[in-house]
Structure formats: C-alpha cells, structure tokens
Ligand binder design. Structure first.
Ligand SMILES: [Zn+2]
Length: 266
C-alpha cells in the first residue's frame, strides 16, 4: 500500500482493474475498505465480474454503491452443468440494467473440466448470443480450449471481446489480435517461471491490452499465498512497463483509455 501511494506521485494517469471479484466471500470482512483504498490510491475504474447469477447480482449492487465500479453479468463455464433457461432469463434481465458493461466471464475451461464440455459449449453459445442481442462486449475465460473458443467466437462475428487472464500460446494470441480482440493479463506475469507469459505481453500491442487482477486470485510475486486486491494492479502495470521498456505513465494512460473505450465507461 505504501508502494502504491509513493508511486502515485509519479503517476497522473490512474489505473483500471478490469477484472476482479469483489463480491466473493474473501472480501466479506473488509470489502468497503478494500474499495476505498483502491479509490484513494490508484484506481480510476474497477470492473467487477459476474461469474454466476448471484455473483452478477452482487456485482451490480457494488456498481450502484460506488461510482467508479462497473459490473458484468456472466456464468462461468464451471457452472455449465448446473443452469437452466430460468437462470438465463434472469441474467438477461439483469444485464439490461445501467452500469452493466459486458457479458462475462463466459467461455470454456477444459483444464479443470468441472462441467461437461458439451454443456460448457451450449452455455457459452447462449451467452454469446445474449451479448449480441444486448449489444454488449464479451469477457472470455479460456483454459486449454483455444480451438473451440475461437470456433464459437468466429461463428458469432462481428463481436467485441477481451480474452481475460490470457494463457494461450503465440498462435492463439495472433488469432485473437486478428479478430480485433483485447487481451488482458493478470499479476501472474510477475511470477518467476512466467517467462512465456512475459513474451506474450511483449507481443501484444499496448493499444490492445487491458489490466486485471482477477482478485482475490493470482496475487503478484511477493504476495503469493495471500489474497489479491485491486490496488495490486499497480505491480502488473509496473511489470508491463519493464517488459515493454516504456514508462509506467504510458502503461497507465493507454490501458485505462483502452478500458474506457472497450467497456464504454464514463
Ligand atoms: Zn475471473
């Protein structure tokens, strides 16, 4: 936190954490303090991501409570075995509300495979369609499902999407960039063994890059094993500046502008 404060002296542009889960129980004891210090210290925007119907509701509540927080509505692929059309109907109603800026996170996860691939695919297709009907961009979760993810997204073009917590290879990155998608990296690029990810960051134009913490998950190096929170997005911005050999100021101003444009933030 002290680091965050100190660095604000050199930063005029503030940061945007475009993907976190402040609605999760990990923040139950001190949610308001976490949000307040984010606002006081270095964040211009927070996009809180819905990953279930209940989570999407809570995200919207947070967005209504704090002017610099926005919400998304989505159902995580992990939940694909346990949803029905009633849930989809309720989610779509919720997604029409003010301050809901995207549908997500949605997608495919063949790494953990908590739900059957078949169900993940049909849920993903329904939610992509919902986003198109509502004219909202997509926040995509992909883990080891690059081929099917691209197949579904390509069939739905034109769409506006960000691939969150990017973890594919260079080929997947190239294809996403060709489709004009945004790429979002988390603090896991600071991990000692993450040279592969740092190479991908280098290959991603700053104009197409978004910052995210995915808090409470994936805290930066030095905080591993602890809870992540939005102010740590600063360490991610610092690492990107180092990798791209540009100033922190440039990373902050360009990525915050990217977030503003992509999610149409005020
Ligand atoms: Zn997430």
């Amino acid at each position: 936190m002290i680091v965050c404060k100190l660095m604000m002296h050199e930063l005029t542009a503030k940061l945007a954490d475009t993907h976190c889960h402040l609605d999760f129980p990990e923040f139950d004891i001190d949610r308001d303090e976490v949000i307040q210090r984010a606002k006081d210290q270095c964040l211009r925007y927070i996009v809180n991501i819905g990953s279930s119907l209940e989570g999407s509701r809570k995200s919207l509540e947070l967005a209504r409570q704090y002017d610099f927080i926005y919400a998304t509505c989505g159902i995580h692929p992990h939940e694909a075995d346990r949803f029905d059309n009633k849930v989809l109907g309720a989610l779509s109603e919720l997604a029409k509300k003010d301050k809901v800026v995207a549908i997500g996170e949605i997608g495919l996860d063949y790494y953990k495979n908590y739900s059957k691939a078949e169900n993940q695919n049909s849920l993903f297709i329904s939610l992509v369609k919902m986003a198109q009907d509502l004219g909202l961009p997509l926040v995509i979760h992909n883990r080891q499902a690059e081929a099917d993810t691209l197949k579904i997204l390509k069939e739905a073009m034109p769409i506006k999407a960000v691939v969150h917590c990017f973890s594919g290879d260079e080929k997947f990155l190239k294809e996403c960039l060709e489709l004009d998608f945004f790429i979002s990296y988390t603090c896991n690029i600071t991990y000692k063994k993450a040279q592969g990810l740092r190479d991908l960051v280098k290959a991603t134009p700053l104009e197409r890059l978004l910052l995210e913490t995915d808090a409470p998950y994936l805290p930066p190096e030095g905080f591993r094993g602890k809870r992540n929170e939005p102010i740590y997005v600063k360490y991610l911005a610092q690492e990107i500046a180092r990798i791209k050999e540009i100033t922190l100021e440039e990373v902050a101003s360009v990525t915050t502008e990217n977030a503003k444009t992509f999610f149409d933030l005020k």
